[in-house]
Design a protein around this ligand. Structure first.
Ligand code: ADP
Ligand code: MG
Length: 327
């Protein structure tokens, strides 16, 4: 049965690439790395009930398990090529239920893989609590990868897209409440949680221009904190500058939208720093690519991330963490 499942995955994710010399079906895939490129590789695991809610649609799980990995490649300025998929499926389900899950999963996975010409070249299938590991491989010209380590004092800090949507979507799912059919703002926020958009084109556009870059998976404060640590600098953020969607602003008060934007996870937007002379150019290019880029603060001497409120006061550090969402 396992083989039939693998065949279904293979059919639904088929992607012709010359550099795949041998794909799914043998003991290992054989892949040709183009001359003059470095390989960027990353892996992420999603566990049911931890990284996505228990009743998430299989197609959304398929999309998201790939999206979180493509987002890591985007943050490096790399272009995706190949993926491996390790699936752990609960034994208790009927064969029909497993097949339905695989079909939905493969559909969502393929919807994101196809426009990026990403080929699924192998994987592993086993039984246990529902867990999905995806590894992706991408290319970047030698020396051009974006890292967390290059931020310089005086750099401007920018983010793509809007912040806090996914965390707000999760909050809405967890706190239920009345849901109107066709509730567009709610659907938008839940969609941002289940189907994040990896900013791959933005990552490529930032090669040679951003001094430091990462993707926001654990929340802006935590992730910008990683840039500060790796670059041995500090950052100052203005809370009024945080880009927030109209859906988020329409459903929550100002303090909640700020807290979602600062500390909410799962955004998969890019946070990056550029010298002030390049900001206008970078913003114009990322606007053209559709995601836009908003300046939210500056890199300063010192360490850690500080957040300035509208009245000029500094936000209490105690209010900066995940705790707000733990209740
Ligand atoms: P082996 O025991 O030699 O590792 P498997 O039976 O695990 O082989 O897998 C057979 C083939 O199917 C291999 O090419 C493997 O990469 C591929 N494969 C297994 N599971 C998956 C999966 N979930 N997604 C994609 N390819 C898979
Ligand atoms: Mg195996």
């Amino acid at each position: 049965m396992e083989f039939r499942l693998i065949d279904r995955i293979r059919e639904r994710t088929a992607q012709g690439r010359d550099d795949v010399r041998l794909g799914i079906g043998d003991d290992a895939a054989l892949l040709a790395v183009p001359e003059g490129q470095e390989l960027a590789v990353t892996i992420d695991t999603l566990v049911e009930g931890v990284h996505f809610p228990r009743d998430t649609a299989p197609a959304d799980i398929g999309w998201k398990s790939l999206a979180v990995n493509l987002s890591d490649l985007a943050a490096m300025g790399a272009s995706p090529a190949w993926a491996l998929l390790a699936l752990t499926l609960p034994k208790a389900q009927s064969a029909d239920a497993i097949q339905a899950f695989i079909d939905g999963f493969a559909e969502g996975f393929a919807q994101l893989a196809q426009p990026h010409r990403l080929a699924l070249v192998g994987g592993d299938t086993t039984s246990g609590p529902l867990t999905i590991s995806v590894a992706v491989h991408g290319f970047v010209p030698p020396g051009k990868a974006l890292t967390r380590a290059g931020a310089k004092v005086g750099d401007v800090v920018l983010v793509t897209g809007t912040l806090g949507d996914a965390a707000a979507g999760l909050y809405l799912l967890q706190h239920g409440g009345r849901v109107e059919a066709g509730d567009a703002p709610r659907d938008y926020l839940v969609g941002r949680l289940n189907r994040p958009t990896p900013r791959l084109a933005a990552g490529v556009a930032l090669r040679d221009r951003a001094n430091a870059c990462l993707d926001i998976s654990d929340g802006l404060l935590a992730d910008l904190g990683h840039i500060c640590e790796e670059s041995s600098v500090g950052a100052e953020i203005d809370s009024v500058l945080l880009p927030r969607s109209s859906a988020l602003l329409g459903l929550f008060d100002e303090t909640s939208t700020r807290d979602f934007a600062l500390s909410g996870g799962d955004d998969y937007e890019l946070c990056f720093t550029v010298p002030s002379t390049r900001v206008a150019d970078v913003q114009a290019d990322l606007a053209r690519l559709g995601c836009g880029a908003t300046r939210i603060g500056r890199i300063v001497e010192g360490s850690g991330v500080r957040v300035r409120e509208a009245d000029g006061s500094w936000l209490e550090p105690a209010r900066q963490g995940w705790d707000h969402f733990a209740a």
